[in-house]
Design a protein around this ligand. Structure first.
Ligand SMILES: Nc1ncnc2c1ncn2[C@@H]1O[C@H](COP(=O)(O)OP(=O)(O)OP(=O)(O)O)[C@@H](O)[C@H]1O
Ligand SMILES: [Mg+2]
Length: 346
């Protein structure tokens, strides 16, 4: 607990000491008790006034100011951020220190509040995303139990639908595990040297059927159809490329094109996946890599998306200490570009 200093008491005792000393000196010079008492009382009163004034004006008020600030900061819980700043000298330094400390506390509390909101929002999003497939599964199973199981027209159809929702649930849980491991730094990147062109070609082949459903062609930009060696976690970069290429198909236009390009940038290789799809409005671009952020919610859900793909992609690229960016124009298409450390060729 902080105790208030008492300037009156300090001034009184100091003045008393001075008065007594001066009184004794007077007695030595002139052994008249009446004179000595008068001088002592006069000196006591004058020095009390002087000490009290000096203490009050130069020290006590400034200490009070510091206490006032501490009290206000405690009671207003740093909401206003406005501080009294009229003191100077050493006491002002203490005041400055208190203000600095309070500002730091305020920044820390603001940050904690932001994280708390972030956590609440995340929890809300997760529950919302889990709800849909769980309710679907519940609905199909109850309908089957209530008699649909004996109806050969619908039973297999309902079971298939329930199975699809279970798959969706598994995907979501896997994505969530991935995000949390990446965010807590539990996932260490297993770095190796590999040819990213060969990896992209494999992925093109595995996604060819999906692309064909929308008549989208997957190909390399001119001059990029040869080996490009990088040093990265191959399994994680596969995840990155799959999400970007699947996105380009999901949000591309029927009969459109997806291109993969590589650019040699001295120390790094820049990888770009571009499409000539619907494009993304400028105002969405800054938030695109946030968890659960979707531009077109219904279209993403329809396509089975969780809205976590790009958040995972960004985490993976950042775990490689590299960068990712996006540029897009509505009606023309979108390009995602990320860098990877270049490795020596064979
Ligand atoms: N190439 C693209 N063209 C247009 N919009 C895109 C493109 N890529 C992503 N988006 C938009 O960004 C959103 C976020 O993409 P993200 O990959 O994170 O989620 P998703 O594809 O919806 O689901 P998930 O990848 O988790 O299965 C998408 O919902 C979509 O609206
Ligand atoms: Mg995606």
């Amino acid at each position: 607990m902080i105790r208030n200093p008492k300037p009156r008491t300090i001034a009184f005792y100091t003045a008393l000491a001075v008065g007594v000393i001066v009184g004794l000196l007077t007695l030595l010079v002139n052994p008249d008790y009446t004179d000595a008492i008068v001088v002592t009382v006069a000196v006591l009163l004058i020095s009390f006034g002087l000490f009290y004034y000096a203490l009050e004006v130069f020290i006590y008020r400034k200490i009070k100011l510091v206490y006032k600030n501490i009290h206000r900061l405690k009671t207003t819980r740093f909401k206003t951020g406005v501080f009294d700043k009229t003191a100077f000298d050493p006491i002002e330094e203490v005041n400055e220190e208190v203000i600095k400390w309070a500002r730091e506390q305020k920044a820390e509390i603001d940050e904690l509040r932001k994280l708390e909101n972030f956590r609440k929002e995340f929890l809300g999003n997760v529950s919302h995303e889990l709800k849909t497939p769980i309710f679907n599964i519940q609905g199909y199973i109850h309908t089957l139990i209530d008699g649909a199981i004996d109806d050969p027209e619908v039973n297999v159809h309902f079971l298939r639908k329930a199975a699809k929702s279970v798959d969706r649930l598994c995907d979501l849980v896997e994505d969530l595990i991935n995000i949390s491991q990446l965010e807590t730094g539990q996932l260490k990147m297993e770095m190796e040297r590999f040819d990213i062109h060969a990896l992209a070609r494999d992925i093109f082949e595995s996604l060819d059927m999906k692309a064909q459903e929308r008549n989208i062609t997957l190909s390399f930009k001119e001059g990029c159809d040869h080996a490009f060696w990088v040093y990265a976690d191959k399994y994680r970069i596969r995840q990155v490329l799959v999400n970007l290429i699947v996105n380009s198909v999901k949000y591309g236009k029927d009969g459109g094109q997806t291109f993969c390009a590589f650019y040699d940038m001295d120390e790094n290789i820049l990888v770009e996946i571009s499409d000539n799809g619907e494009g993304i409005e400028e105002r969405h671009l800054a938030r695109l890599f946030e968890r659960f952020y979707r531009v077109d919610k219904s279209r993403s859900r329809e396509a089975g998306g969780n809205g976590l793909g790009l958040a995972i992609v960004k985490h993976i690229i950042e775990a490689h200490e590299q960068t990712i960016n996006v540029r897009s124009k509505v009606g023309f298409g979108t390009t995602f570009g990320f860098t990877l450390r270049k490795a020596a060729a064979d």
